[in-house]
Design a protein around this ligand. Sequence first.
Ligand code: G6P
Ligand code: MG
Length: 220
Amino acid sequence: QKKAFIFDLDGVIVDTAKYHFLAWKKIATELGIEFTEEHNELLKGVSRVRSLDIILELGNKKVSQEDKNKWLTQKNEDYLSQLVDMDASEILPGVFKVLQFLKEKNQPIALGSASKNARPILEKTGILSYFDAVVDGNDVTNAKPDPEVFLIAAELLKVKPEDAIVFEDSVAGIQAANIAMMTSIGIGNETILHEAKYVFRDFNAINQSFLEDLIKNSNP
Ligand code: G6P
Ligand code: MG
């Protein structure tokens, strides 16, 4: 049977969630807004523009559109400066093994990310060729938890949403997968990602028989 395996990027495939956090933290500090790792969970999976709005809401601050644009540019420049030397060593544990296994089983694979920097990251880390489709922040109008990004990915892979499996590290992404009626798999903290159908600490915690079952079974 053919399923679609859709991967989020930041915090699932590559260890970039920390760079997003550090760049936002710097901006929050400049704005005099307290911003913790706990607050940061709200930003995961969320678009750049929406992320700034959330930080401003946390600090009860209003700024002009001009200032917003300035902060958004600064955020991305800061973030990109962390990626200059990026290579395959930034790929998270077990990711290669899972991608390789799915390829061997002829399962279609897509990326479903909110980031506008997704493609260069896939190129730099050398894993672009694993993906039959790439849907990123340049292709969608509605940010997660809206399921748009995952629905487009499933459509490109010609698989029904019920036959799609989504790997996500963010609450918004798990919600998006659930709304799309896809099988949601959280990668990270079980308590934070409790809305997911399954949660694993990382891809090394996923064994081959679990993947085989996902391929075989229909989504109840
Ligand atoms: C991902 C990350 C978010 C990030 C968003 C936009 O969803 O989890 O932290 O804000 O992408 O990324 P971008 O690279 O376009 O700023
Ligand atoms: Mg993510």
